[in-house]
Design a protein around this ligand. Structure first.
Ligand SMILES: Nc1nc2c(c(=O)[nH]1)N[C@H]1C(S)=C(S)[C@@H](COP(=O)(O)OP(=O)(O)OC[C@H]3O[C@@H](n4cnc5c(=O)[nH]c(N)nc54)[C@H](O)[C@@H]3O)O[C@H]1N2
Ligand SMILES: Nc1nc2c(c(=O)[nH]1)N[C@H]1C(S)=C(S)[C@@H](COP(=O)(O)OP(=O)(O)OC[C@H]3O[C@@H](n4cnc5c(=O)[nH]c(N)nc54)[C@H](O)[C@@H]3O)O[C@H]1N2
Ligand SMILES: [Mo]
Length: 821
């Protein structure tokens, strides 16, 4: 057993392993000061909630309180390891700032009330609006952080009970493009990759994905391969010198927003050198001729001009990808939140299809998720899609869902695609949506163009319901605030990126009168007296396990088949990958083996869209394109970002994350080790730009775009020239004071643009034109982390450490198989 400061060393100790070997076990533990493992009363099974990796962990409970966490050795995802947010983030649960009672707005102020009054207000307004305007006056905006049981219940109430099509999740901001790209290429959501592909791959390509900071344990798996025999080669595509870039064989740092050009350049090389599996293509794909034609003009030289990447680097990256025997690719926000999101992500799928690298060990695609339970938002219909990957434009799928719900098909809105959140905001703005129920998300910080978002959510004519665990920036604007129980205080299941389903059990009671989100939704349905066509209650369950049984029934025969799972089966060992059913009782490690896709026109979830206009394809168009259920190669032309640098705004602004914080920090700001590691906002700028504008490390600056200004201290890094980076984690300067009109903010989204990808409708957080000016000269360095992409280019005399409070134990097992038993 060794002890490590996991703030200073986020990835912990190396446990090297070679290709094809089992990843060694290393059990990470952090307990509250003064608590020893033997003092713990109970270890309660769960998985991590502050990213999408799904690391299995046990929650330590003593005297009815959470006192720490320990990684689960038996879990296939992490083999015992935990990341910094997992190790320290749980402390937020016990914060004294938790919401403990419902709040209601009276004479302009939020005051405490009881559940009957709060729910009564919501139910009365729902009834009024249904009578006056119909269901489209009501919208639901959910999250990627609840449990499957909760999304399924919410989707049933909204779609099947009220009949509104205005249902979306913050997954729209997050990984709508992952789903869209999978639907374009394979006509269905569902991750072709498995984390075990890391154990086998000889080339791993990360596209716009800072895995080292955002899925720290998955990155640890790669680091351990890099430290072992026959390490894989790494390709990194990112304009910043992330820890991923530092380990890359080739680091391509394109101009933001030019991903499609770069991908077409790589494809051009693969096609030109015929690094193509023609047998696979002939048997399993359509669209190769058009793709080859499209990429013909994207020579490395042509692409170099667009992306500002040396042509030799493009050739070198293509050679590595073209020579790979087992290629694993991952894609995330550098593609999904940038210009031409879906078109770019689809080109990664295209590489795998033309190289025939799918469904075999080491040959996977991870169109990543970001949030812990985003996969469930999509599967269960929390993002407006129909549950079970049913196709809203296939009448038989709608009828089948109506059968499961025991309602009439016409009650399920399916005449147009579901309303995406930016469109919902527009409907609120113009007054057609009059009640908006926000749960588990903080749009007053996380949506683009915050000044507009505030003006929309503040309107008097809108009833804004916010269901949260803290009085977030959004809750402060609400008319009714519902206090929720969270992870560790409620039971449910959730699914990570590689289809691994985990059970997360209740460890402690929620504070005060806070209730699980599931109970709140069921209570709403009961009070509205929603019924099925036989007059029985529409929602037929009353607790998490019965809700899970309902959800299982809905997935029978669909790609995300859960019918072989149960709470009991998920207890004790590892998480299990769907599909899990009679045919695959222990789950399914890899899908799309032997080119068997879910893309048959009668079965598939989606007929796809036009990548430029976003218009959905008609059923007949899809049937003509792909009559026999193959993979679809979709080509795309590069189109420049909508907002380009100008004289007034000469730089490009991108935004994103740091290792130590989660989103709008409602949890990580309340975990002292994490908050201390990144206490205040900063802006990253290159050495050349800083010199040209005469900025020094630590200077306080104002960053301005056509939407607004924020103030942040300068950190000079190896970011590419011409680009600024702002972390988006920091909301109001002072949460108690709220928004201070006239004062420059500090939230990155004061600056971002109202614009989205045509196909996925995901907002563009990663390309805006900006300028930067000094306000006050530095008194010392910025406090941006030095361990991450924000590492300074020169020693600034400041280092990120956690000290004794961040000590965590590591227990490395020599015989992995035994430890995991
Ligand atoms: N520590 C931490 N981990 C998290 C989260 C968190 O808040 N904190 N959130 C979770 C969630 S919900 C998500 S969605 C994921 C996100 O995980 P990531 O996608 O890895 O994180 P980001 O920092 O948003 O963006 C990744 C990279 O995109 C690069 N980038 C920006 N513009 C472009 C471009 O035009 N092209 C290319 N190729 N790259 C570009 C940025 O430099 C950045 O390093 O992380 C999850 N994990
Ligand atoms: N500029 C910029 N903006 C971005 C991004 C970016 O990279 N750049 N990334 C986008 C992405 S990928 C994402 S995922 C979003 C994230 O944006 P948000 O979803 O707005 O961020 P969170 O801070 O995770 O908000 C979750 C809220 O749910 C509450 N909560 C936590 N647990 C529970 C629970 O169990 N029940 C309930 N009811 N509430 C709970 C938390 O207190 C918090 O207020 O931001 C997006 N916005
Ligand atoms: Mo996300």
């Amino acid at each position: 057993m060794t002890s490590k400061d996991r703030i200073a060393e986020p990835w912990g100790t190396r446990t090297p392993y070679a290709a094809g070997e089992d990843w060694p076990v290393r059990v990470d533990t952090h307990l509250a000061e003064g608590v020893a493992p033997e003092d713990v009363d109970e270890w309660v099974q769960s998985a991590s909630i502050l990213h999408s990796n799904g690391d299995g962990l046990d929650i330590a409970v003593k005297d009815g309180r959470i006192v720490g966490v320990r990684g689960r050795a038996a879990d296939r995802v992490n083999h015992g390891r935990l990341g910094p947010k997992d190790l320290y983030g749980w402390q937020a649960n016990a914060s004294s700032e938790r919401l403990t009672k419902p709040l209601i707005r009276k004479r302009g102020k939020l005051v405490e009330t009881d559940w009957d009054t709060a729910m009564g207000r919501i139910v009365d307004r729902t009834r009024e609006l249904l009578a006056e305007q119909g269901p489209s006056a009501i919208g639901f905006y959910t999250t990627g952080q609840l449990f499957a049981e909760e999304y399924y219940t919410l989707g049933l109430i909204a779609h099947g009970g009220l009949g509104t099509n205005h249902v979306d999740g913050n997954t729209r901001l997050c990984t709508a493009t992952a789903a869209a790209a999978l639907k374009e290429s394979f006509a269905s959501d569902g991750q072709p990759g498995s984390y075990t592909d890391i154990d086998h791959a000889d080339v791993i390509a990360l596209y716009g994905h800072n895995m080292a900071e955002t899925q720290t344990v998955l990155w640890t798996r790669i680091l351990d391969r890099l430290a072992g025999e026959d390490p894989p080669q790494i390709i990194c595509v990112d304009p910043r010198p992330t820890p991923v870039a530092r380990h890359a064989t080739v680091h391509l740092a394109p101009r933001p927003g030019t991903n499609v050009a770069l991908m077409n350049g790589l494809l051009h090389e693969l096609v030109t050198h015929d690094w193509v599996d023609h047998d696979y293509l002939a048997a399993h794909a359509v669209g190769y001729a058009e793709l080859a034609k499209r990429v013909a003009e994207y020579t490395p030289e042509a692409v170099a001009t667009i992306c500002d990447v040396p042509p030799e680097q493009i050739r070198e990256a293509a050679r590595i990808i073209g020579g790979a025997e087992r290629l694993l690719s991952t894609v995330l926000q550098g593609f999904y939140q940038s210009n031409q999101a879906t078109a770019a992500a689809v080109q990664v799928n295209n590489i795998h299809i033309i190289r025939g690298m799918l469904g075999e060990p080491g040959c996977g695609i991870l169109q990543m998720n970001g949030q812990p339970t985003a996969q469930n938002t999509r599967e269960c219909g929390g993002d407006g899609d129909l549950p079970g990957f049913r196709n809203w434009s296939n009448e038989e799928h709608v009828e089948d869902l109506a059968r499961v719900w025991n309602i009439e098909p016409f009650q399920i809105p399916h005449y147009s695609p579901p309303t995406h959140v930016m469109q919902m905001m527009r409907y609120v703005e113009d007054g057609s949506i009059r009640m908006l129920w926000v749960n588990g998300t903080n749009p007053a910080v996380s949506l683009p163009e915050l000044a507009r978002v505030r003006s929309i959510l503040e309107q008097d004519r809108l009833l804004l319901v916010v269901q949260d665990i803290f009085l977030s920036e959004t809750a402060q604007l609400a008319d009714v605030v519902l206090p929720a129980a969270t992870w560790g205080e409620k039971t449910g299941t959730f699914t990570n990126v590689d289809r691994t389903v985990h059970l997360s059990e209740k460890a402690v009671d929620p504070p005060g009168e806070a209730k699980p989100d599931l109970d709140i939704f069921i209570d709403y349905a009961r009070r509205l007296d929603l019924r099925d066509k036989d007059g029985d209650p529409l929602v037929k369950w009353h607790d998490p396990e019965s809700a899970f049984e309902g959800w299982k029934e809905c997935t029978a025969g669909r790609p995300c088949d859960y019918t072989g799972l149960s709470y009991d089966k998920l207890r004790g060992g590892s998480g299990i990958q769907w599909p899990c059913n009679e045919e695959h009782p222990e789950g399914t490690e890899r899908i799309y083996v032997d080119g068997a896709f879910w893309s048959d026109p009668e079965y598939c979830e989606s007929y796809g869209r036009d990548l430029v206009t976003g218009a959905p394809l008609e059923p007949a168009e899809y049937k003509a394109l792909n009559p026999s259920g193959k993979a679809v190669l979709k080509a795309a032309e590069y189109l420049p970002p909508h907002e380009l640098p100008s004289e007034e705004f000469p730089l490009q602004l991108i935004t994103g994350r740091t290792l130590y914080h989660f989103h709008t920090r409602t949890k990580t700001a309340r975990a002292p080790q994490l908050q201390e590691a990144a206490p205040e906002v900063w802006v990253e700028i290159s050495t050349a730009d800083a010199a040209a504008i005469e900025l020094a490390e630590g200077d306080l600056t104002e960053v301005t775009t056509p939407r607004g200004s924020v103030q942040a201290k300068v950190r000079i890094t190896g970011i590419r020239t011409g680009v600024l980076f702002l972390p988006f984690h920091y909301g109001y300067w002072d949460t108690k004071k709220g928004h201070e009109p006239g004062k420059a903010g500090r939230a990155a989204n004061e600056l971002t643009i109202t614009d989205w990808d045509a196909a996925s409708k995901q907002p563009i957080f990663k390309t805006a034109a900006a300028r930067i000016e000094r306000i006050v000269s530095a008194e010392g360095p910025s406090r941006a982390p030095t361990t991450t992409a924000s590492a300074p280019v020169t020693d600034v005399g400041y280092h990120t450490v956690g000290g004794p409070a961040a000590a965590a134990d590591e227990d490395i097992h020599e015989t992995p198989a035994e430890a995991r038993r």
